[in-house]
Design a protein around this ligand. Structure first.
Ligand SMILES: Cc1cc2nc3c(=O)[nH]c(=O)nc-3n(C[C@H](O)[C@H](O)[C@H](O)COP(=O)(O)OP(=O)(O)OC[C@H]3O[C@@H](n4cnc5c(N)ncnc54)[C@H](O)[C@@H]3O)c2cc1C
Length: 399
């Protein structure tokens, strides 16, 4: 088996795979090394064998017509033909055992007063808690809004930097505002076998070093070498690999930490949950979960699906599922299939922009190392793909 490559990419999530794709598109071959038995990382559609023809998302569920780099990627892979518009249903709150609309729970007078502040006050260097309790009022923030932000980020959002929460992007009006694919988000990884890159799954990189202008990559199977190394792994892994070789990037201040969650996907018989009106998702107010993402946005004649993102401190999954079914009055015999996965996301620190600036400043001095992932500009898939594209351009310009 070949063991020297021009480009080696560690991590087969959307960051690593889109990097390999953009490189292949410009005729640069590469190898992608992925620890799990499949590529995709946080993007994973669960195809149930018990509920025929039904799938639901274990991670990313929505992409938008403002995700320009992702749209370019989809376009190049011919994926836009499989684009699936999502039904419009509301996000609701789960307060105690009751499903409630968001707006009536807010002090609208105070929230309304904050609207101009929201438009004209800078969020720079402020935490989500500081910024949004100033803009929309402490009470609105503490009782309702903090749970909405926790649900968006799937983590305790209190100290997350407010300026890294949302981003306004130009919309491509030729596409639906938000969409998925006919077979779910894992379609983003369709046809990778036909592209000019190699994927090695079940292969964990557990060490790297640079010698004689060559990267050496140690894996659980063997060692391979490469001219250029792309780390597309979560920050904790990237940091550890760099720390082992005393790379200065490993010791930058204001580094992100990691937030874990336990994701449980439930598929239920539609006829037995008619009392729950169609939903986009549920936001947990003081609950054991951050959010529940519903599959109602895509019609199905027999089944409904709910993906629950539980907080990491919960360990007894079976009792959590039982409590959840009871809370929503879902009879046990409605349950057709269950699937459990752990997910993790970076938790940015308040001065994340300083981390990002020093990382990029140091990185441009290095023509052999490239970093991409969701711990840089934002968590959204678009930010990962954009970063991969920009790092690929840097690689070409320095080759
Ligand atoms: C529950 C959830 C819901 C989300 N919803 C949305 C959404 O609706 N819209 C949106 O835009 N974004 C969403 N996101 C964010 C988005 O999915 C992620 O930020 C993005 O997919 C991250 O991609 P990545 O490739 O950078 O990292 P990951 O997907 O984490 O991929 C990293 C890969 O590296 C591999 N790896 C790790 N260590 C090693 C090693 N030592 N050797 C080899 N391989 C290794 C991992 O197995 C993994 O496959 C969501 C995320 C989560 C968790």
């Amino acid at each position: 088996m070949e063991s020297h490559y021009k480009i080696a990419i560690i991590g087969g999530g959307i960051s690593g795979i889109s990097f390999a794709h953009f490189a292949a598109w410009k005729n640069h071959s590469s190898i992608v090394i992925e620890a799990r038995d499949k590529i995709g990382g946080c993007i994973e559609t669960y195809y149930s064998t018990k509920a025929h023809d039904f799938w639901l998302e274990l991670g990313t569920h929505t992409v938008y017509n403002s995700y320009q780099h992702l749209i370019d990627y989809c376009n190049q892979k011919g994926l836009l033909e499989q684009l699936q518009k999502r039904n419009k249903y509301p996000f609701k709150l789960l307060i105690n055992n009751n499903i409630c609309s968001i707006i009536p729970q807010l002090n609208l007078m105070r929230a309304g007063l904050g609207w101009p502040l929201f438009k004209f006050t800078t969020a720079k260097d402020k935490s989500v808690k500081e910024y949004f309790s100033f803009v929309f009022g402490k009470q609105n923030y503490n009782t309702i809004l903090r749970y909405c932000f926790d649900a968006v980020l799937c983590q305790n959002s209190r100290d997350f930097p407010a300026d890294f929460l949302f981003k306004t992007r130009k919309k491509n009006k030729n596409l639906p505002r938000s969409f998925t694919f006919k077979n779910g988000m894992s379609s983003l990884f369709n046809n990778c076998e036909n592209e000019v890159f190699t994927i090695r799954t079940n292969t964990t990189c557990n060490g790297i070093y640079y010698q004689n202008n060559t990267w050496h990559i140690k894996t659980n199977h063997s060692e391979l070498t490469a001219d250029k190394l792309i780390l597309a792994t979560p920050w904790d892994i990237t940091q550890k690999l760099l720390k082992d070789i005393n790379h200065p990037l490993a010791d930058l201040p204001h580094q992100p930490t990691l937030s874990n969650l336990i994701t449980v996907a439930l598929i239920v018989d539609q006829d037995k949950v008619k009392h729950i009106k169609p939903l986009n998702g549920l936001i947990g107010v003081n609950q054991s979960f951050y959010s529940i993402v519903s599959r109602d946005v895509i019609d199905h004649e027999k089944y409904r699906g709910f993906t629950i993102h539980f907080k990491p401190e919960n360990h007894d999954i079976i009792s959590l599922i039982t409590k959840f079914l009871a809370k929503l009055n879902i009879p046990n015999d409605a349950l057709i299939d269950t699937y459990i996965k752990t997910n993790s996301l970076p938790c940015y620190q308040t001065h994340h922009s300083r981390f990002l600036t020093s990382l990029n400043k140091r990185l441009v001095q290095d023509n052999s190392l490239y970093l991409t992932g969701n711990y840089l500009t934002r968590l959204a898939v678009e930010d990962c793909v954009k970063r991969s594209y920009e790092e690929f351009l840097r690689l070409v310009s320095t080759s």
